[in-house]
Design a protein around this ligand. Structure first.
Ligand SMILES: Nc1ncnc2c1ncn2[C@@H]1O[C@H](COP(=O)(O)OP(=O)(O)OP(=O)(O)O)[C@@H](O)[C@H]1O
Length: 309
């Protein structure tokens, strides 16, 4: 089956400035793919390359099986795109503007536009030039979604939206994926991506540092642990256990607390050798994991091997 997106050693330099360095991954049809990274990581550069808004220095991309360089018009016609710096301006109303864009798209039922606007809480009687930042972003979302494109490419789609509208947006893209549309969305915010994405790629300094299913990333994340034992356990009972550097056994040997990173299986098997009277394990702190990727390369735990699902 044709991939929604395929990147192969995609590289972009701006003069002497690095934009992207040899990025390779694939987005499966029908999946929601989160594309994360700190400011300046190369997310927008990647998205612009996919749409042939800029040209690569080397490497290649395919979008819906097409080469954006050769078939840019077709690619842009089959994609719903929200730019990170989406701007709309003018004297017309939201309704007039969206109908104009719908006509450019070859016609979209008015009911479809009205339904999206209503769900996002966008008043179509307002004048475009008087819209707040959040309302402009809603216009951007409606124009990207309205024609039910095969692939949505969304650059920071929740920027400027309040939490309720963010949730509506997440519902909309979940429904889009359920209908077979593919979604590629960039974000700084792990929690929103985590809620809906099948897989996530993290880039830093133009290079891929992690690519995995959200469920796998979650299982590798840090958890707060508290275990109490009926009787003292040997002080070295949990020494040398992978991921247990942050765990401490108290002086009596009956309480083990701290942070555990990695898959919990090894911990569960180790504590099961003793009689456990209390156990608390926090939800994995995925945000912490992501922050560690964002920090300097030296401090960041090297990610679990980058592998495609
Ligand atoms: N037109 C340009 N000219 C020169 N350098 C550029 C240009 N566009 C991007 N860059 C540089 O390329 C790198 C990647 O930028 P890009 O905008 O792709 O990052 P980003 O991940 O989208 O960041 P943000 O989250 O801040 O939007 C940055 O170092 C940026 O300064």
């Amino acid at each position: 089956m044709t991939k929604a997106i395929e990147l192969s050693e995609l590289t972009k330099t701006y003069g002497t400035r690095r934009g992207l360095s040899g990025l390779s991954f694939q987005v499966e049809p029908g999946e929601i793919f989160g594309f994360l990274g700190p400011n300046g990581a190369g997310k927008t550069t990647t998205i612009r390359l996919l749409l042939d808004l800029i040209r690569p220095t080397s490497g290649s991309a395919r979008v819906l099986g097409r080469d954006p360089l050769a078939d840019g018009v077709e690619v842009r016609g089959r994609v719903g795109y929200l730019a990170g710096d989406f701007v709309c301006d003018g004297r017309q109303t939201v309704r007039g503007y969206l109908r104009f864009l719908a006509a450019l798209r070859g016609g979209v039922p008015n009911e479809r536009v009205d339904e999206l606007a209503e769900r996002l809480g966008l008043d179509q009687t307002l004048k475009i030039k008087k819209l707040s930042k959040g309302n402009k972003q809603k216009v951007g979302l409606v124009q990207a979604l309205m024609h039910k494109p095969e692939l949505l490419i969304l650059d920071e789609p929740t920027s400027g939206l309040d939490p309720l509208v963010q949730q509506t947006f997440l519902d909309l893209i979940t429904e889009a994926a359920a209908d077979g549309q593919s979604v590629f969305m960039s974000s700084h915010i792990m929690s929103e991506v985590e809620a809906v994405a099948d897989r996530v790629a993290i880039i830093r300094d133009g290079s891929l540092v992690a690519l995995d299913k959200v469920t796998n990333l979650r299982s590798d994340a840090v958890r707060d642990i508290e275990v109490t034992f009926e009787s003292p356990v040997p002080s070295d009972a949990f020494a040398n256990m992978p991921g247990a550097d942050g765990l401490r056994l108290d002086s009596e040997g009956t309480s083990l607390t701290g942070q555990f990173s990695g898959r919990p299986d090894v911990l569960v098997k180790a504590i099961a050798h003793h009689t456990v009277t209390g156990l608390h394990v926090s939800k994995p702190a995925l945000d912490d994991l992501f922050h560690s990727y964002y920090e300097g390369a030296e401090e960041a735990p090297r990610p679990a091997p980058v592998h495609d699902a």
